[in-house]
Design a protein around this ligand. Structure first.
Ligand SMILES: *Cc1c(COP(=O)(O)O)cnc(C)c1O
Length: 372
């Protein structure tokens, strides 16, 4: 590289994001899309991803916390933004000032939102949250009528949607997901019984988009899938998506380690025969997790090599055997080189976690480069 940037970085392929969006759109047909871009768009960059999604026609967006919604508004995003995680009372005015869409997970909160909207002489946009089996936030499906009735009696509210969240749509066995869907639809009968129009209904996350078409309903909420990662490898059904993020570093040091000389903290690995070892300027403080120690592989010049010894806070060692690598050579931590590929799922498997946690653990210290 000719610039002065850090020799460890993530490339974010916005054209791939756009192709993934279209691929999901095709599969869900008439259902609307609400891309989920919480947690810095799963590490891909909140405002950059939000801006691109708005440009390609996403009708609305979803985040977890109000702060994420405010950042999107500050970046000039004008489409509706739903804050999925609810609203603490003292932050309700922020929603109203910046036209963010509320999640109302209880009757109490709904009344607070309505009162605040009335005082501010405005109308709050609200999605009602029904708990059908996640036991996180939301009114239990068997009490849903109380929330629906309360909403009808509030004057300063516009109930745009009713939604729920699936706990196990990524299971091979979709029984519990189907039960949740059934409970949700039963609760929604409320509107039919009163001959009222049903608000926009949504329950499908990425896993349900792939595996449970009957859950697509009026709107779908893809997160992981949008970033090109299948939420599960247990289903035979797939959607043609491609990874948006790749992660690279550079060789910064080369040496020969003699047989029996332990490498890194704790001396957990030593070569049987003398071998070549290179050092990379990336570590667990970048999100290259310590659990990858002695387990992960990287690609150098299209060849797989093992991470040896413990991953340090800022550096990681790689056994390159008898091959050669020079300072400045590119190293793929996540991505492709020749016909070899290392995926976010690989890192998740090697460090005993899920792709979501790998993506959202890549810290701000790692520069992102967005490519259109
Ligand atoms: C995070 C989240 C999603 C997106 O989940 P994926 O599995 O990434 O598709 C959808 N809905 C809610 C309520 C969420 O919190």
């Amino acid at each position: 590289m000719t610039d002065s940037s850090r020799p460890t970085w993530c490339d974010i392929d916005l054209a791939a994001l756009e192709r993934n969006y279209s691929a999901i759109e095709q599969v869900v047909g008439a259902s609307k899309m609400m891309p989920v871009i919480k947690a810095d768009a799963y590490g891909h960059g909140l405002t950059q991803i939000g801006t691109r999604l708005q440009e390609i026609g996403a009708p609305c967006l979803a985040v977890a916390y109000v702060e994420e919604g405010l950042a999107l508004r500050a970046a000039g995003i004008t489409v509706p933004i739903q804050v999925l995680g609810g609203a603490v009372t003292r932050q309700i005015p922020l929603f109203l000032e910046h036209d963010l869409t509320f999640t109302a997970p209880s009757v109490d909160k709904l009344l607070q939102i309505s009162e605040a909207a009335e005082a501010a002489k405005t109308t709050a946009k609200v999605h009602l949250k029904i708990d059908t089996g996640m036991e996180r936030i939301g009114v239990h499906h068997y009490n849903a009528d109380t929330l629906f009735e309360a909403a009808l009696s509030c004057t300063s509210l516009e109930v745009e949607g009713v939604f729920s969240h699936l706990a196990s749509a990524d299971d091979t066995d979709l029984k519990s997901a189907r039960i949740q869907l059934e409970r949700f639809l039963e609760a929604l009968d409320f509107y039919d019984r009163l001959s009222l129009p049903t608000p926009t209904r949504h329950i499908a996350n990425s896993a349900a988009i792939v595996a449970l078409p009957e859950a697509h309903l009026d709107l779908v909420r893809p997160g992981l899938l949008l970033y090109g990662i299948e939420p599960t490898d247990q289903t035979s059904k797939t959607i043609a998506v491609e990874p948006v993020l790749s992660w690279r570093s550079e060789v910064i040091y080369f040496k020969v380690v003699e047989a029996g000389s332990p490498v890194s903290y704790g001396g957990t690995w030593a070569p049987e025969h003398s071998t070549r070892v290179v050092t990379l300027p990336v570590g667990y403080a970048d999100g290259y997790r310590r659990g990858l120690s002695n387990r992960a592989q990287v690609l150098i010049n299209g060849t797989r090599h093992n991470v040896v010894g413990r991953v340090c806070m800022d550096q990681t060692m790689i056994d390159i055997g008898t091959t050669s690598a020079y300072n400045g050579d590119q190293v793929v931590l996540v991505g492709s080189d020749g016909n070899q590929q290392i995926t976010i799922q690989d890192l998740a498997l090697w460090s005993d976690t899920i792709p979501y946690e790998i993506l959202t653990s890549i810290t701000a210290r790692v520069p992102r480069r967005w490519h259109s």
